[in-house]
Each structure stands twice: as C-alpha cells, then as structure tokens.
Design a protein around this ligand. Structure first.
Ligand SMILES: C[S@@+](CC[C@H](N)C(=O)[O-])C[C@H]1O[C@@H](n2cnc3c(N)ncnc32)[C@H](O)[C@@H]1O
Length: 183
C-alpha cells in the first residue's frame, strides 16, 4: 500500500498518529460501537487501515484528501474517500476526526504541498479548527498533529479544550498529537 508515487509516504508523523489511535480508539469504541470516524488528508490510507483493524465498521469510516491521487488510492483500498479541501465536500457529524496536516512553515523548512502549512506553518490547522467544530458530534474528539517548528496554537482561543496524548522528539523538531474537545 505504500508504493504509490505522488501520495504522501507514511513517515514518523504517520507512525506517531497510528500508535496514538491504537491507544486511544479502543476505549472510545467501547463506549460507542457505532462510532463515526473521519480523516482529513488521508494520504496513503494508513490510518483508515488502522482504525478498520481496531474495529471501526467500514461503513463508518469516512475520509478526504485534496490530492486526487490519494483519493483514488484510498478508494482502491476500499475506503470512502472524496476529494475535498478540508470540510468543503464533507457533510454530517463525526465522533472522531483526525488530521495529520501540512504543518511546516513554508520558507525555512519546506515547500512540499503535503507538509507546508503556510507562512507560519499553522494556517491550514487554523482553518481546520474553525470548520471542524461544525462536524463534531456531542463529546466528539479530534486528534491532530502539530510541530514545534510552526507557530504555537492557542487551542482555548480556537474554542477547544486540549491535551497532549503523545509526542516524539525528532532530531530537528518535536511532533505532538493533541486530543481536542469542542468547548
Ligand atoms: C502529512 S500528509 C498525511 C497523510 C496521512 N494521513 C499520513 O498520516 O500519512 C498530509 C495530507 O493532507 C492532504 N492535504 C493537504 N491539504 C489539505 C486540505 N486542505 N484538505 C484536505 N487534505 C489536505 C495532503 O494531500 C496529504 O495527503
């Protein structure tokens, strides 16, 4: 599944997200067996496979990517994936929404469209946070990656309670996964 060119090849950020999903999702699934899951920016589909293996029903797994090649790839894996800029083509509400976003500041570190999150690195994330609220069920949760190389985000100001559920120090940056609840 990782062979496809032009689709984000899973890296440390992907593996960190996978490990957190394996830790956090079983308890949520136990509380709500019909849990509805959405991934924004599904890429290779690594997390769609992970949550399916954890026990989320395929018909409850939804995803999108802005890259049509990623959409095609995830569809070939048998998952519901649509081409969409964030939530533009997404309707309905979900219990869990995840995003391993483009999170690097443009000039200094990165020019790749999969990983560049704008001038400060957090612009796509801020757009995501604004839209995500309208798509969360009551008690719904977001799992989101941020990088120490981008400008910090004040989640309270964005309307979310936040807690870090996992971090990894790479040689030039620190990646963290946040669990967010809408206030
Ligand atoms: C860092 S990659 C993560 C891919 C995969 N989820 C993973 O963890 O390996 C970011 C993904 O988000 C997608 N993406 C970037 N901007 C997007 C947007 N505005 N809306 C939807 N997807 C976007 C990219 O095409 C890419 O597949």
């Amino acid at each position: 599944m990782y062979e496809t060119s032009e689709v984000y090849h899973p890296k440390e950020d992907s593996f960190l997200m996978s490990s957190i999903l394996k830790k956090q999702l079983p308890r949520l699934l136990e509380k709500k067996p019909n849990l509805k899951f959405l991934e924004i920016g599904a890429g290779s589909g690594i997390h769609l496979e992970t949550v399916f293996n954890i026990g989320i029903k395929k018909e409850n797994i939804f995803s999108c990517d802005i890259n049509p090649k990623a959409v095609e790839h995830c569809n070939l894996l048998g998952f519901n994936c649509v081409q969409s800029d964030l939530f533009k083509k997404i309707s309905g509400k979900f219990d869990v929404i995840i995003f391993n976003p483009p999170y690097l500041p443009e000039d200094r570190f990165d020019k790749e469209k999969d990983t560049t999150g704008g001038k400060k690195g957090n612009e796509i994330i801020l757009r995501f946070l604004k839209q995500a609220k309208n798509h969360l069920n009551e008690k719904g949760k977001i799992f989101l990656i941020t990088s120490s190389l981008a400008e910090d985000i004040n989640f309270l100001e964005q309307g979310y309670f936040s807690k870090q559920v996992g971090c990894e120090k790479l040689f030039f940056e620190r990646l963290c996964i946040w669990e967010l609840d809408s206030i």
